[in-house]
Every structure is written in C-alpha cells, then in structure tokens.
Design a protein around this ligand. Structure first.
Ligand code: HEM
Length: 88
C-alpha cells in the first residue's frame, strides 16, 4: 500500500532519476546551478545524499562514481590542476 494505491506483493518497482533530481521540494529551483545547495553552514553536507540518484543506488550503483568525483577537499588550485592536466 502506498497512499491510496494497493501494490500487490512481488510487483517490480522503479523510479526515474530525472524526477527525483528535479523535484523542487528536494532541490529548490532544480534547473538553476546552485552548488551551495550541497552546503550547510558553509560546510559540505550529506543531507541531500539520499536524493542524489544520478549514479543509481544500492548494489548496482555506478562503479565509476569514485573516478568521476574529484577527491574530497579539492580546492580551486587542485581542481584547475585536474582540469588542465594532459589526462583531463
Ligand atoms: C558522470 C559520469 C557517470 C554517471 C552519471 C554514471 C551513472 C551510472 C548509472 C546511473 C548507472 C546504473 C546504476 C544502477 O543500475 O542503479 C551506472 C552503472 C555503471 N557505471 Fe557509471 N556513470 C558514470 C561514469 C562511469 C565511469 C567513469 C565508469 C567506469 C570507470 C562507470 C562504470 C559503471 C559500471 C561498471 C556500471 C555498472 C554497475 C553494475 O551494474 O553493477 N560509470 N553508472
């Protein structure tokens, strides 16, 4: 049962990342580039992590996620070095 819907046991359930990632209740003004939405009190926050489904979730989550993200605490200098490297 979900709200008024009766969902029989064994029914495959799916979700669409687009609708989660652009849900204004989770990400206000979702189409605006606003990196500070990931901060809380000026510090990186994990409060939105459960809604960040761009890489999927669970046992089949993207294996390349760690390659795509810059290392933690990457500042402007490290970021520009990464972006300007011959491999980047
Ligand atoms: C921005 C870049 C990327 C995005 C947004 C992305 C997103 C995704 C998504 C949505 C899935 C499916 C997850 C699921 O089924 O729940 C996936 C799977 C996968 N991704 Fe990525 N990916 C990215 C980059 C990469 C890179 C760079 C690699 C490899 C170095 C990679 C390797 C994989 C593999 C191996 C799977 C299959 C995992 C499995 O089925 O167990 N991805 N990715």
């Amino acid at each position: 049962m979900y709200k008024d819907y009766v969902i029989p046991a064994g029914t495959p359930i799916s979700q669409t990342p687009y609708f989660i990632l652009t849900h204004p209740g989770v990400f206000p003004e979702p189409h605006i580039f606003r990196p500070e939405r990931w901060l809380d009190g000026g510090k990186l926050s994990n409060k939105l992590d459960k809604y960040f489904v761009a890489f999927g979730k669970g046992s089949r989550q993207c294996l390349g996620m760690k390659f795509v993200y810059p290392p933690p605490r990457t500042g402007p200098r490290e970021l520009s070095a990464l972006l300007c490297s011959p491999l980047g």
